[in-house]
Design a protein around this ligand. Structure first.
Ligand SMILES: [Zn+2]
Length: 465
């Protein structure tokens, strides 16, 4: 045993004899402590309760009350002062982890030493060992992310990255493949591109800019199928609409399962993904699109890692769409944002996905499905396709159009995988059992230029702009 280990062992024995012991969680350079350990009988001796539909945690301590608000990015103290966290609280299953340093004055404890990490309040001590489960995760340094809009045809086979990071995976694209280049970005100091294949699967990949330049020739982007898809999205936007369903003639036995990962404080719905995996294991088509938010990614590293691991294992087919970084949950939602702020929010979301090694997909879902013409066009100008749903499954039995209706062939379904609508997951489970003949087909098949344009033209007859 070397000296460091010996010292650590002595500290551990000492701490367990003299004070309350627990694990601190280290994530991306900061220490977090479980709220359960912090407010337990052994240390601050308080209680916690999740309130406001899972948006707040009320913390009652013997000498003060605190409220973690807005899903964990701020805390209100006993004087009513709101303190915004630079690093929001983390969620792992049923446990919440608060950042150790900024919480000290709010909770009324002191940091006695940082190595080992020891907290003190009155005559009690909390000795924290460190757990760093993401210490070796190769997060990318992401710089100079900006939109791009051009197309290239491969002159020979080219290997592209479906994922970088812990679950890195490459795919060899054959010569003649047409790619639409949607972003340029520097990853770890090297120029890369986000590209999307110009076919009906619309898969997005990462490729080094120099390698694509050496293996392709430029073509007219306006002649691509993706350009036709954006033309249809623009026609729908005139009536403040986004895509809600796919071509029913071709997708009579298929629905698209999409899962929104808005910020939350509840455990992630792993049973939803287990269900999709079971469908895949039974030999059926089983795909899910994660519409992910920055706030969720920042607060749920364990759940995110779990989803990436499921994908890596091949449990089911999974794609990644955008659902904003900030995700307002009231008022006019994104309609209250200036277009420049909406653009900034969108690129911030993509930057975080790229740090985790995820190629940002082409689909964008507005928070609350709320969008006007200006915001829809802002998103389309970023080479993203706005996608609503036809069936918001949690309200399916209320049959309230346009989104709370029964699913049918060609429907895009919305289920919340973030724990905020457990009723939706139950209904989806019931529906899934009652409709075993349906495939959960990839969302891309529902983003069809001709079907969307037909909808837009039908709407245009009803609304004169
Ligand atoms: Zn949402």
């Amino acid at each position: 045993m070397n000296h460091r280990l010996l010292a650590a062992a002595i500290v551990l024995q000492f701490c367990c004899a003299a004070a309350w012991c627990a694990d601190a969680l280290r994530f991306r350079g900061a220490d977090y402590v479980s709220l359960k350990d912090l407010t337990g009988e052994g240390f601050l001796n308080g209680t916690t309760e999740l309130t406001h539909w899972g948006r707040h945690i009320v913390i009652a301590l013997p000498d003060r009350d605190l409220i973690v608000e807005n899903g964990g990015d701020r805390i209100r103290d006993r004087d009513g002062m709101v303190h915004h966290f630079e690093r929001p609280i983390l969620v792992d299953g049923e446990e919440w982890f608060v950042p150790v340093e900024p919480c000290a004055p709010l909770f009324g404890y002191e940091i006695v030493t940082t190595d080992p990490l020891v907290l003190a309040a009155d005559d009690k001590r909390l000795e924290l060992g460190r757990r760093d489960p993401f210490g070796d995760y190769p997060f990318a340094r992401v710089e100079r992310l900006r939109p791009e809009w051009r197309a290239a045809r491969l002159t020979r086979s080219l290997e592209v990255s479906a994922r970088r990071g812990r679950y890195a995976r490459s795919v060899a694209l054959p010569g003649d493949t047409v790619l639409v280049v949607r972003r340029t970005v520097w990853l770890d100091g090297v120029p890369w591109l986000v590209v999307t294949i110009d076919d009906e699967m619309l898969e997005s990949f990462l490729v080094e800019a120099d390698r694509l330049a050496a293996s392709s020739t430029g073509i007219d982007v306006e002649a691509t199928r993706i350009a036709r898809l954006f033309a249809a999205a623009r026609a729908l936007a005139k009536n403040e609409r986004a895509i809600r369903h796919g071509p029913r003639d071709r997708l009579a036995d298929s629905v698209a399962l999409t899962s929104d990962l808005c910020w939350s404080l509840r455990p992630c719905e792993s049973r939803l993904y287990d269900m999709v995996a079971e469908r895949a294991a039974a030999g059926r088509t089983a795909s899910v699109t994660q519409f992910v938010t920055g706030r969720w990614m920042q607060q749920y590293p364990f759940a995110l890692d779990d989803l990436l691991r499921r994908e890596d294992r091949g449990d089911y087919h999974q794609t990644w769409g955008l659902h904003s970084w900030d995700h307002p949950k009231s008022g006019n939602f994104m309609n209250a944002w200036y277009p420049a702020s909406l653009r900034g929010d969108t690129l911030a979301q993509e930057k975080l996905m790229l740090e985790w090694g995820i190629a940002p997909g082409i689909a964008y879902r507005f928070p609350g499905l709320i969008h006007d013409k200006t915001r829809l066009e802002t998103i389309i100008d970023l080479a993203l396709v706005p996608v609503d749903c036809e069936s918001w499954v949690s309200g399916m039995r209320t049959n309230r159009p346009p989104t709370r209706i029964d699913a049918r062939g060609g429907s895009i379904l919305l289920v919340h995988g973030n724990g905020n609508e457990p009723g939706g997951v139950e209904r989806f489970a019931d529906w899934s059992v009652a409709n075993p003949e349906f495939d959960f087909a990839p969302l891309a098949l529902f983003l069809d230029p001709e079907s969307a344009m037909r909808d837009a033209e039908a709407e245009a007859v009803l609304v004169v702009d």
